[in-house]
Design a binder for this molecule. Structure first.
Ligand SMILES: [Zn+2]
Length: 485
């Protein structure tokens, strides 16, 4: 009987095994606009939002396209640094149009995405990517342990089931998983963000969010896993009456073009740059609904100029307008989605500047390291990397984000932040507060240390010789610096 109980116990442990490291699951819903919550079609997501920490929206990176933003989420870097400057770009050295592929994600060999950093930060840390854009490729010459390339035929429930098997693998349990869902983006491009299909998709996304929560609970992961739900951008509806033919201003064969509305990258052939620019500029003044920029004039806030990949000329249509690519694809959408193309047909477009309200993504998080019932001010997509490293307890690398914007999300504030806040009260208050905080911290530390010692002392000693001490020193130093440093 005792043997039977022991065997059963062992089996249960295998079934419910999970990483001893902090667990982080990041779920991206492509083009889930910040105010889709106002539709009231996502009650389960709303519940998570209110029970965890959320911000009204995120400030994403330019262009507000899928691949640049997913890689900025994963690296804390602007597109001009990580080099994913659009959903496509033109390779000027090889004269080829580059789309999703290894080349797109290998511009800067120094880039270390969060999934690589996690695995490199200690033994027993395993990362997984369920279709996250760019995570299927090797970084620093290495692939992560679990990876599934994008495949729209694998349904969302199956994706979640697979993610759960990674998190509960008895031998290599993942402690970081990136999960990507391609909706509502795919259908919203073809049918517009206000279509009935997209509204139904919001309900479907709400249902899989509940399913994910239930599966985490079923596998005893709910109290261990920190789950961040977010998106890369929103979208805006554009009608055919607002399509602009900009290629009429350029002579065929004198240029190459990449990406799609509302930002078209123009690569003039040798000797044609000035002519093309002048012609587009004249067209822009005549039409009034698109702008033309030379690379040297790209606005600073785009963080888009420094990459050698950035195009010599960029054309951007006004909000609510699109260009030649949509003139071509609109009838194809009509055919594929079985509707009649009229001037009232609506298509979803994103890629505009980050200060365009409709481009805003959402953010919400829940888990043992996340504050409950809390709201934080909108922060930057590039800040997320610092949030991830903090949750995962791994060293953060230099990046374009700030730590100051995300400390409010976490249950445990770094010591220097707490100290900084206390400084504003009176001298007597300081003394009392410091005494209380010190006493509380000592007790908490003692309890935490005792629990850690009992549970994982042997494992931690093996995995992290001195790393924890060094990391804490780095964090404190960073927080003492100005946020813009
Ligand atoms: Zn997207």
């Amino acid at each position: 009987m005792l043997l039977k109980i022991l065997v059963l116990y062992a089996l249960l442990n295998i079934v419910y095994s999970a990483s001893e490291h902090p667990i982080l699951l990041i779920v991206s819903y492509d083009a889930f606009k910040y105010n889709f919550f106002d539709t009231k079609l996502v009650p389960n997501m709303e519940r998570i939002r209110k029970n965890g920490t959320y911000s009204d929206y995120l400030i994403n990176v330019f262009p507000t396209k899928t691949f640049p933003n997913h890689h900025s989420i994963a690296t804390g870097l602007y597109p001009e640094v990580h080099g994913v400057i659009g959903n496509s770009y033109f390779d000027q050295d090889r004269s080829t149009l580059q789309k999703m592929g290894k080349d797109m994600f290998s511009y800067n060999k120094g880039v270390v995405p969060i999934w690589r950093l996690n695995e490199d930060s200690g033994k027993g840390r395993y990362s997984g990517s369920m279709m996250w854009p760019g995570a299927v490729f090797p970084y620093q010459g290495k692939n992560i342990t679990y990876r599934q390339d994008f495949d729209s035929k694998i349904d969302w429930y199956k994706r979640i089931d697979t993610v759960i098997t990674w998190l509960t693998d008895p031998y290599k349990p993942a402690n970081l998983v990136m999960l990507y869902i391609e909706e509502p983006d795919t259908h919203a491009h073809a049918l517009g963000p206000h279509s009935q299909t997209v509204l139904q998709l919001l309900r479907d996304l709400d249902n899989i969010t509940l399913y994910l929560k239930e599966q985490l609970e079923k596998h005893k992961l709910a109290d261990k896993a920190n789950v961040i739900h977010l998106s890369d951008h929103g979208l805006v509806g554009v009608k055919p009456t607002n399509f602009i033919n900009i290629t009429q201003y350029m002579k065929n064969g004198t240029y190459n073009m990449a990406d799609s509305s509302p930002v078209l990258q123009i690569y003039p052939k040798k000797g044609y740059q000035q002519k093309i620019y002048d012609s587009l500029k004249a067209g822009s003044q005549k039409n009034g609904h698109f702008k033309v920029y030379l690379k040297k004039d790209f606005p600073k806030q785009w963080h888009y100029k420094k990459s050698t990949r950035s195009p010599p000329i960029l054309v951007m249509s006004d909000v609510g307008y699109a260009m030649d690519d949509l003139i071509e694809s609109a009838p194809l959408y009509a055919k594929a989605y079985n509707f009649t193309l009229t001037n009232n047909s609506e298509f979803g477009v994103h890629g505009y500047e980050t200060n365009v309200t409709e481009m805003r993504p959402f953010f919400m998080a829940r888990g043992p390291k996340i504050k409950v019932g809390h709201k934080v001010a909108p922060f930057h997509t590039v800040d997320l990397f610092n949030l991830f490293t903090k949750i995962l307890e791994i060293p953060h690398l230099p990046n374009n984000g700030s730590m100051g914007n995300i400390v409010e999300i976490l249950t445990e504030k770094p010591a220097s932040h707490t100290f900084g806040s206390i400084l504003v009260v009176t001298a007597v208050g300081v003394l009392i507060a410091v005494l209380i905080v010190s006493a509380a911290a000592s007790i908490a530390l003692a309890i935490v240390k005792r629990q850690q010692t009992i549970a994982t002392a042997a494992a931690l000693n093996k995995r992290f010789p001195q790393t924890f001490v060094r990391n804490d020193a780095v964090e404190v130093q960073h927080l003492l610096e100005p946020e813009d440093a």
